[in-house]
Ligand binder design. Structure first.
Ligand SMILES: Cc1cc2nc3c(=O)[nH]c(=O)nc-3n(C[C@H](O)[C@H](O)[C@H](O)COP(=O)(O)OP(=O)(O)OC[C@H]3O[C@@H](n4cnc5c(N)ncnc54)[C@H](O)[C@@H]3O)c2cc1C
Length: 351
């Protein structure tokens, strides 16, 4: 491995990415560009390999599966500045650099008395990746508090600022996810309030607050603490057991499909999905019904606590995990006639 340093960036050849993905699978990028200062991007994307080839923008690697090596360069952004850029006393706009850790950003906003991101505490990864799949948890999606996304547009080779509407956010989706070779997100602006509008109605938050001895009106930081406690109990820590969180998205299906599933299986969870004619099903329930929870093949497996979470027990390859995921999806399709799609981006293979 050799490396070159220049103003604003550092280039490493043949860079191992094993420690840069939370599945902990082996992968090597022919070139890794570590960008300390995003103003170097126009210069960097002037070089042929970055200008003309595929470029994988890498955050914390917590929503990726390396089923093979990335075909071109990988690029990561290191800058972690954060600050308030507008403030009317109640509502403030916080701007954070893409390289900042997501959870640190959430804690920073709460520490400054700003509410809105408390339910998204402890999601792994970086600020720059948060808009890519419109991260969500406990009834909140990041689009609820995104004001604008700043990015380098590879097509025009210019910096752009997209307001929330232009980001075309949807459930675990955005224009960035649909067009992964176009934008390098450099910073995100969040609109947050000092007046809490807390979401406590989701997946055990109220019960957790009660268990913490908090009655009455909790503070946003206490809601974040409740979310952190629930997540630590429910999800495997990637530092201990390689995983990328939920491996499958909850499928959105026509209401008629959900109705017939419910008629055949009264316990099947069915949720509204925006609009009268669409429903969201629980991928975890579908996978669990097919008997996959706790399944293990060599070092590739499904968490015994959570049917949606694929795990690397040690030395699984990305190809092992992808093969298991494909068979899980095929079995769900065969039994229920429902297609489930992966949530992480798969590198080096096609789903
Ligand atoms: C234990 C665990 C729990 C999780 N829980 C949740 C959850 O509750 N909700 C949820 O939504 N997700 C969850 N995830 C998934 C993951 O944490 C999020 O998707 C996170 O936003 C990924 O951030 P990252 O920096 O690791 O991105 P990476 O995995 O490095 O990249 C993910 C995608 O974003 C792109 N990308 C990254 N940075 C940039 C950038 N600056 N510009 C352009 N593209 C970029 C990559 O190219 C890739 O396509 C979980 C993962 C784990 C391991």
């Amino acid at each position: 491995m050799s490396s070159v340093s220049a103003a604003g960036y550092r280039i490493v050849e043949n860079a191992r990415l094993d420690a840069r993905n939370t599945f902990g699978v082996a992968a090597t990028a022919p070139m890794l560009v570590e960008v300390a200062d995003a103003t170097a991007l126009p210069e960097l994307f002037g070089y042929a390999m970055l200008r003309d080839g595929p470029v994988l923008v890498l955050g914390g690697g917590s929503n990726l599966l390396f089923a093979g090596d990335p075909p071109g360069a990988a690029l990561s952004l290191a800058s972690q500045r954060i600050g308030i850029i507008e403030d009317d006393g109640d509502t403030a706009i916080v701007r954070a650099d893409a390289g900042m850790g997501w959870h640190d950003c959430v804690l920073w906003t709460l520490g400054h008395g700003l509410c809105g991101m408390e339910n998204l505490a402890l999601i792994p990864g970086t600020v720059g990746a948060a808009p890519i799949q419109n991260i969500g948890a406990y009834g909140v999606e990041v689009r609820d508090c995104i004001h604008a996304v700043e990015a380098f547009d590879r097509r025009t080779r210019a910096f752009v600022r997209l307001d929330a509407g232009a980001c075309e956010f949807a459930y675990r989706d955005s224009r960035f996810k649909r067009d992964p070779e176009r934008y390098v997100v450099t910073a995100v602006e969040f609109v947050l309030s000092r007046t809490p509008r807390l979401r406590l109605d989701y997946a055990g938050i109220a019960e957790e607050l009660q268990a913490m001895g908090i009655d009455g009106a909790p503070r946003a930081s206490q809601v974040a603490e409740a979310v952190i406690r629930i997540r630590r109990r429910k999800l495997p820590d990637p530092a201990v057991l390689g995983n990328a969180g939920s491996f499958f998205k909850n499928p959105i299906v026509p209401a008629a499909v959900a109705d017939s599933l419910k008629a055949a299986h009264a316990t099947a969870p069915v949720f509204r999905a925006g609009g009268d004619d669409l429903r969201k099903l629980s991928a975890a329930w579908l996978i669990d019904q097919c008997g996959w929870k706790g399944h293990r093949e060599g070092d590739a497996g499904v968490s015994d606590a959570h049917a949606l979470v694929l795990v690397n027990h040690g030395h699984a390859t990305g190809a092992d995990l992808l093969s298991l995921a494909r068979r899980i999806a095929a079995s769900v399709n065969e039994r229920f006639g429902v297609a489930i799609e992966p949530e992480p981006r798969i590198i080096g293979a096609v789903w």
